[in-house]
Ligand binder design. Structure first.
Ligand code: SF4
Length: 81
């Protein structure tokens, strides 16, 4: 029987709202594996789903974003692009 805590790739993806983002950079400090900063201090997100091992820190980065500009979006379902 499948259950939600089974291992495997996560489909959640990090997304940033570039209008709301004020370039605090705390997301890159919390999650350097997935977020780097451009020359102006705005986040560049790694492509693809958040690895399960980083999901906890990804949720924390979302929670701690002072501009509420970062979110975890569900990925496409099976068979969808
Ligand atoms: S923590 Fe939020 S406001 Fe700061 S750079 Fe990241 S997304 Fe932008």
């Amino acid at each position: 029987m499948p259950h939600s805590s089974s291992p495997g790739p996560s489909r959640a993806r990090l997304q940033v709202n570039p209008i709301a983002c004020s370039g605090h950079g705390s997301c890159a400090e919390l999650l350097p594996e997935l977020v780097s900063l451009d020359e102006w201090g705005y986040p560049l997100l790694a492509d693809g789903p958040v690895p399960r091992g980083l999901a906890r820190r990804a949720r924390r980065a979302v929670r701690d974003c002072p501009a509420l500009a970062l979110r975890l979006a569900p990925g496409p379902g099976p068979g969808r692009p």
